[in-house]
Design a protein around this ligand. Structure first.
Ligand SMILES: O=C(O)CCC(=O)C(=O)O
Length: 371
């Protein structure tokens, strides 16, 4: 398959969907029509991607102070609202056919909801990851049996190409498997470090609702879907969190009971030595070329003073995080439109986060807050 940006076609949709031409008329507004090539359209969106890389949370580990979130990156504006809708609707259809038993044995899984915080549904592609020793005695890790799992769907391959082309993941780490997590209200994912059957970095894309993911070297379960000892990172819809370095291997991570339905897709690459027998590389995922940066494309950090002012005038990290995802006019920066309005890289991107010890869910507004 060609390496064009297939999603971009929808974002700048021509009314003439059948046109195979790589040059179409944009439909931004009738008075503002221009002709842009597919490459130009993709490049415009790529330039509006924002990334926060400087997460800091020092914890003492074996007597040494370690930044346990070194290596994390949060990329905003990767999937537009239209793309998110398309992906969510696809996941919903997968869930339906999974429920009807029309996916392979281990692709779809819906554990019984026997208590709050349990019951997250999962859909896996590319390989089957065993969370715990299964009834056949297979250990946790990648199952050496491709017959029980469906291959990566085309739409997810389009997402993967986007992740590589837009520099979210390196071309040396093209994901070949994924797990879709469907959280209903109250569902969580408990503290864990992703198995080393998968190489680093890997990443998680967020849909439907924003939530906090918590990191800590010593996360504790304090109740059903409640965890302590962590730094929260807010995950806007359409964003991609990349896990690498200490953020992937020293800190555990978890998602506390979500206040409202949420979907995430975690894309990972299998370690070559752990690939199931008979595994064949996806031809559609070979030779993906990252877009080339224009000179001047750079990360801009906010002035420290601005960070502190916003941080301490606000009282709550959760609120602070919400605030930092809005531009000066209060518009969300996870929408491509707001990114365009605010100008390129005009948003502060270097927020440090206040360490906290214990996180609980506010029963009224459903948000996590620290004690
Ligand atoms: O839902 C998320 O954001 C995290 C998912 C995750 O940690 C996993 O799939 O291992």
């Amino acid at each position: 398959m060609a390496q064009e940006d297939e999603f971009g076609e929808e974002e700048f949709e021509s009314k003439n969907n059948s046109s195979p031409s790589s040059v179409v008329t944009t439909t931004k507004s009738s008075s503002e029509k221009s002709t842009l090539s597919r490459e130009q359209r993709e490049y415009i969106r790529f330039k509006n991607v924002r990334c926060k890389k400087d997460f800091v949370r020092f914890e003492r580990i074996k007597g040494t102070s370690v930044n346990i979130v070194e290596g994390l990156e949060l990329h905003y504006n990767i999937f537009s609202a239209a793309e998110q809708r398309r992906i969510v609707s696809f996941v919903t259809s997968l869930q339906e056919i999974g429920r009807k038993g029309q996916l392979k044995d281990r692709t779809y899984s819906a554990p019984q909801k026997w208590m709050r915080g349990k019951g997250r549904q999962t859909i896996q592609f590319g390989c089957c990851y065993n969370y715990a020793k299964d009834k056949y005695g297979n250990p946790p890790g990648i199952l050496n049996d491709l017959s029980v799992i469906d291959p990566m769907p085309d739409l997810f391959k389009v997402m993967i190409r986007r992740l590589i082309r837009w520099h979210v993941l390196p071309p040396t780490c093209v994901p070949d498997s994924c797990i879709v997590n469907i959280y209903e209200e109250g569902d969580c994912i408990p503290p864990h470090i992703d198995n080393h059957d998968f190489v680093r970095p890997f990443c998680t894309v967020s849909f439907l609702s924003e939530c906090d993911i918590l990191f800590g070297s010593n996360l504790k379960v304090v109740g059903a879907g409640e965890f302590a000892g962590s730094i929260p990172i807010s995950l806007p819809v359409g964003s991609v969190l990349v896990l690498n370095g200490n953020g992937a291997d020293v800190a555990k991570h978890c998602v506390p009971a979500v206040p409202t339905k949420r979907i995430s897709i975690t894309f990972r690459r299998m370690d070559v030595s752990k690939r199931p027998s008979g595994y064949v590389e996806e031809p559609d995922l070979q030779g993906i070329q990252p877009l080339v940066y224009e000179s001047g494309h750079q990360t801009i950090q906010p002035p420290i003073k601005e960070v502190n002012k916003e941080r301490w005038s606000n009282g709550s990290v959760a609120n602070y995080q919400l605030k930092r995802q809005t531009d000066r006019r209060g518009a969300r920066i996870d929408s491509p439109e707001s990114a365009m309005r605010g100008g390129r890289f005009s948003e502060p991107r270097g927020w440090t986060q206040r360490p906290t010890n214990r996180w609980t869910k506010n029963p009224v507004n459903g948000r996590m807050s620290s004690e």
